[in-house]
Design a protein around this ligand. Structure first.
Ligand code: AVJ
Length: 323
């Protein structure tokens, strides 16, 4: 065996490429998908416990109180699959699965996630708490997994819960939904979680909590770049700012450079210059109206069959069929 120094080409990680591109763009931006390293996932768990952060509790209420209505709205009287995009810890989905297992529904649960470790943990937890459930975990990118999926000729219910759709700009949301539409048969269904418009103060506070957990969640992106890309960000040289615009339903989150400064990235062999008060856009969290949900369904080749709401109408799990 022979070893060449230096290696002919060191392939850059997707994170490195996205950071290089995002921080050379005007305005600067980083994708919110990079929030979720191990530390970021733990901070997100804390966000979900915050008194101000209502979406998790609202969707949990829907799936805990209305599993029978959701099940009754599905057209399946024969074996089917439940395919979940971005299953994460699967805590909310478990409520729906628990109900279906109790009804002796004949189905296989297929969670998809990019993290193999998350899928192993979920599989272990489900084997313990719902031993009757058939589980087949799928690790990889949504697009690749969905396009190579063998659903055994069974109808599929796709789940995209948690309001993750809110992180996508309009074109990105339509692309993702059309991709699901393209792999779906006529008897397929899609259940997507949408955070809804509500009193602007409630939304504003959910993304700018008093304890500063959301702030830490955003600043963790700088820690991640320091660790994984050898950057030298000083965290006290950046502030966090987020605001809700009730006219278009967009929460925008960002980091603000507190001084004119250069940050060096060892693994990119490159510096990034920041003006004082220059922004790094980190996240969109879009809040929808029911009219916007209807329009988004139509633009992606679906129709809304039924919306399931929590008691305050803060959130909806929207059941779609092909148009
Ligand atoms: C996990 C995408 C639904 O946008 O509300 C929470 C992430 N960001 N607080 C959201 C998040 C700031 C969350 N989602």
């Amino acid at each position: 065996m022979s070893t060449t120094f230096p290696p002919p080409s060191i392939k850059e990680s997707p994170f490195a490429t996205d950071v290089r591109e995002g921080l050379s763009a005007v305005p600067k931006s980083l994708s919110s998908k990079y929030f979720y390293d191990d530390a970021g996932s733990r901070i997100f768990q804390q966000i979900m416990e915050l008194p101000e952060y209502y979406p998790t509790r609202a969707e949990m209420e829907i799936l805990t109180r209305q599993p029978a209505d959701i099940a009754a709205a599905l057209p399946y009287r024969k074996p089917f699959n439940i395919i979940e995009l971005g299953a994460g810890d699967g805590l909310k989905t478990k409520e729906l699965l628990k109900y279906l297992v109790g009804q002796q529904a004949d189905f296989t649960y297929m969670p998809i996630d990019i993290s193999g470790e998350a899928m192993q943990q979920l599989e272990g937890k489900l084997a313990e708490t719902l031993p009757g459930l058939k589980v087949k975990t799928l690790v990889g990118d949504y697009f690749e997994v969905l396009n190579n999926l063998d659903s055994d000729g069974r109808p599929n219910l796709y789940l995209f819960l948690g309001g993750n759709i809110g992180n996508y700009e309009k074109d990105g949301a339509i692309n993702l939904l059309r991709m699901i539409r393209n792999v779906m048969q006529a008897d397929g269904r899609l259940l997507t979680g949408f955070d809804l418009r509500k009193n602007p103060r409630i939304i504003q506070e959910a993304y700018d909590d008093a304890a500063g957990v959301t702030r830490a969640f955003n600043l963790n992106l700088l820690t991640r770049m320091n660790r994984e890309l050898g950057a030298d960000f000083f965290l006290d040289q950046f502030d966090f700012y987020s605001f809700y615009n009730p006219r278009n339903g967009e929460v925008r989150s960002m980091l603000v450079s507190l001084s004119e400064q250069d940050v060096y990235f060892k693994s990119l062999n490159q510096s990034v210059h920041f003006q004082k008060n220059e922004l790094i856009h980190t996240e969109l969290s879009k809040k929808y109206t029911l009219t916007e949900i209807d329009a988004l369904a139509a633009e992606s080749g679906f129709v809304v069959e039924r919306n399931f709401f929590d008691s305050q109408h803060y959130f909806t799990d929207s059941l779609w069929q092909c148009d």
